[in-house]
Ligand binder design. Structure first.
Ligand code: PMP
Length: 401
């Protein structure tokens, strides 16, 4: 008998489990709209040209594989903060940002979870309802209590702005408010610039601490600056802000696990102390981060030619998703005779679309139509091509009625 008899079977991950089920399906029309990974029009994974060029450069230079410092590659930390806040942002010039390289978005959020647990005992992190499934796991494992604020309004398939504002108002003062910088996952619904201002007003009034998760900079609108505007507006107000970054989507570096945790502090002294504690948290967790992805980012962002090529490729990826989004909307509007208003699809941004399909309807999508998706009704448009839009529209209409 095993000493591990008491270890129970863990449930499959709701997002990564979808890909496993997809692989087992042999139907020709099958579609994987579960995981948020970019695909080409041929539905193949895509390695960016600028990534290949940066990797070639790295090989030619014969870069070594020595350990990085705990906080990561200095050249990466510099460019990642500049990309996020803008190179001439006073918070950078004044040395008020603590930046450490993290294990992509997830690992960076986890570092912040540990920091909050250690230094803000009892403070809650408020996450949107709904949110990316892993947020709850991360704060649970960090022993950080979390609550939810209203975000999604099923009636309009839009933002429940009043619900959100009133939940931020009733939350205990000094709560951490987790916000998606752009391209909210899973809904694809972002506040308007005016709504962002009001959200910032309430957060300031309540002494809350804004905590941004930026997993799609440049990938939502196609513009790095536009997608960072929410974060920059909060920073421009002089607030202390936490920001987790990921290069999984915008540089297609999913498996390289490259991202960063940034803490904007009101003084350089506080930033130095916060950074020292982030390093202290990282050391026993994974000692120091991997170098490959950090070098790719540093090479791409640090070289004006590669940087421009990256922006072009990002516009291409974001553009393909927008085209597919439009075609899906057109197909649904033409095929559906029920008079349902599908315009919400066009209002959403980024990789995902929240269809409003419930669990039973999402099951029908998979069981009858071989369309794999998460059971909250989210579909990843990055896994869709023009050729399959009509088929998907048929599946969605059938599942709704
Ligand atoms: N936050 C959000 C909202 C995301 O959608 C993702 C990617 N699915 C992440 C964080 C982090 O992903 P990664 O760890 O691959 O950077």
């Amino acid at each position: 008998v095993s000493r591990f008899e008491h270890v129970k079977m863990a449930p499959p991950d709701p997002i990564l489990g979808v890909s496993e089920a997809f692989r087992a399906d042999t139907d020709e029309m099958k579609l994987n709209l579960g995981v948020g990974a970019y695909r080409t029009e041929e539905l193949q994974p895509y390695v960016l040209q600028v990534v290949k060029k940066a990797e070639n450069l790295m090989l030619e230079r014969g870069d070594n594989k020595e350990y990085l410092p705990i906080e990561g590659l200095a050249a990466f930390n510099k460019v990642t903060a500049e990309l996020l806040f803008g190179a001439d942002n006073p918070v950078i010039k004044e040395g008020r940002v603590a930046t450490v390289q993290g294990l992509s978005g997830t690992g960076s959020l986890r570092l912040a979870g540990a920091l909050i647990e250690r230094y803000f005992s009892g403070a809650k992190v408020l996450i949107s309802s709904p949110t990316w499934g892993n947020h709850k796991n991360i704060f649970n494992d960090s022993n950080v209590p979390w609550g939810e604020y209203r975000y999604y309004d099923p009636k309009t398939v839009g933002l429940d702005f009043d619900g959100m504002i009133s939940d931020l108002k009733v939350a205990a003062d000094g709560s951490f408010i987790l916000l998606h910088g752009c391209a909210h996952n899973p809904t694809g619904i972002d506040p308007t610039p005016e709504q962002w201002e009001k959200i910032a007003d309430v957060i300031q009034e309540k002494n809350h601490i804004p905590f941004f998760d930026v997993a799609y900079q440049g990938f939502a609108s196609g513009s790095l600056d536009e997608d960072a505007s929410s974060v920059r507006m909060f920073v421009a107000r002089g607030m202390e802000v936490l920001v987790a970054q990921s290069y999984s989507k915008n540089l297609g570096l999913y498996s390289e696990r490259i991202g960063a945790m940034n803490v904007v502090c009101s003084s350089p002294d506080a930033a130095t102390r916060v950074k020292s504690q982030l390093k202290r948290i990282a050391r026993p967790m994974y000692s120091n981060p991997p170098i490959h992805g950090a070098r790719i980012v540093a090479n791409v962002v640090g070289d004006p030619v590669l940087f421009n090529e990256w922006k072009e490729e990002m516009e291409l990826m974001a553009g393909r998703i927008k085209t597919v989004r439009q075609k899906l909307f057109d197909s649904l509007s033409t095929k559906d005779k029920s008079g349902k208003d599908w315009s919400f699809i066009l209002k959403q941004i980024g990789m995902f679309s929240f269809t409003g399909l419930n669990k039973a309807q999402s099951d029908n999508m998979t069981d009858k139509w071989h369309v794999y998706m998460t059971k909250d009704g989210r579909i990843s448009l990055a896994g869709l091509n023009l050729a399959k839009c009509e088929y998907l529209a048929d599946a969605i209409i059938d599942s709704f009625h």
